[in-house]
Design a protein around this ligand. Structure first.
Ligand code: ZN
Length: 68
């Protein structure tokens, strides 16, 4: 399990990025929303899609996805 956050601000593309709690590129607390302790990134994306229409992956976290 890993803890995930989603950005409350959308990117220019209209996408809200999902991050691991440990991500070095995680925005300030007031700009993120806690998704929960989730088994995989894919599941975290599903949770994010319940909140926002367009959900994407933070590229800074990308190397961790396979291990999550
Ligand atoms: Zn990230």
């Amino acid at each position: 399990m890993a803890e995930f956050y989603i950005e409350t601000n959308e990117k220019d593309t209209g996408t809200h990025l999902i991050h691991f709690a440990s991500c070095g590129a995680l925005p300030a607390k007031q700009e993120i929303r806690y998704l929960g302790s989730i088994a995989s990134f894919a599941s975290a994306k599903t949770e994010g899609e319940k909140i926002y229409r367009h959900v994407g992956a933070c590229t800074a976290c990308a190397s961790q996805y396979a291990a999550a």
